[in-house]
Design a protein. Structure first.
Length: 216
């Protein structure tokens, strides 16, 4: 049984690596990976300082915040950490993986829904399937969205108008602000440039945090 489990885990890693190279993993690939490896991204090992920086940005730049949403909630750790630091109890989130969502629901009380962000990228008019929060978090997830995914989000000019339409759709779903955080060396600058073009600004450099005010 242990050998079978190890083989399935190894296969899940290979499938994920191949899918990421090709563009973006499907829900079934992520479900198998996350089932084999809880907290695959090691959020609890290195996420505290990053999430605390996001909470401080919200406290300083947005002010009072009664609700938080996360467009890629994963297992709920990031959303929960930021919410805890801000004292926010009204939470919501979506994710491509049902396995991750089940863990988020077990860890947090809120409204959580399965959703592929590429659907919003393809049709910005459809919106998100979660309640509209004061602040919407967009953290370490855009390089899984749309065609060419990681490569496209590393270059601001690729599909620029499509990406700006997608960012505008996210903006409409927040009452006060959207927080973007991606600290990969290429993604950080390219995504930041797009957020600025959409009307936002950089608010923290180390972790690559940009703030986009909600649509009035």
């Amino acid at each position: 049984m242990a050998a079978v489990s190890a083989w399935r885990g190894a296969r899940a890693r290979v499938d994920y690596a191949v899918a990421t190279l090709l563009g973006r993993p499907r829900a079934c690939v992520l479900d198998r990976l996350f089932a084999a490896y809880p907290d695959f991204y090691h959020m609890r090992d290195y996420g505290d300082e990053r999430m605390d920086a996001i909470a401080e940005v919200i406290r300083r730049e947005v002010g009072d915040c009664a609700s938080l949403g996360d467009v890629s909630v994963y297992e709920g750790y990031a959303l929960g950490r930021v919410a805890d630091r801000l004292g926010v109890a009204n939470l919501s989130g979506c994710d491509l993986s049902e396995v991750a969502l089940d863990r988020a629901r077990g860890a947090l009380s809120g409204s959580f829904a399965a959703f592929d962000l590429t659907r919003l990228y393809d049709d910005p008019a459809i919106g998100l399937p979660i309640p509209r929060p004061d602040v919407l978090l967009v953290c370490e997830c855009l390089y899984y969205v749309g065609p060419l995914a990681n490569h496209a989000w590393s270059q601001s000019w690729i599909f620029r108008s499509r990406k700006l339409g997608f960012i505008a759709a996210l903006r409409r779903h927040a009452r006060k602000a959207v927080i973007f955080q991606h600290f990969g060396s290429r993604q950080k600058d390219a995504i930041g440039e797009l957020v600025v073009a959409a009307g936002g600004r950089k608010v923290e450099d180390r972790w690559g945090i940009w703030l986009l005010p909600a649509t009035a």
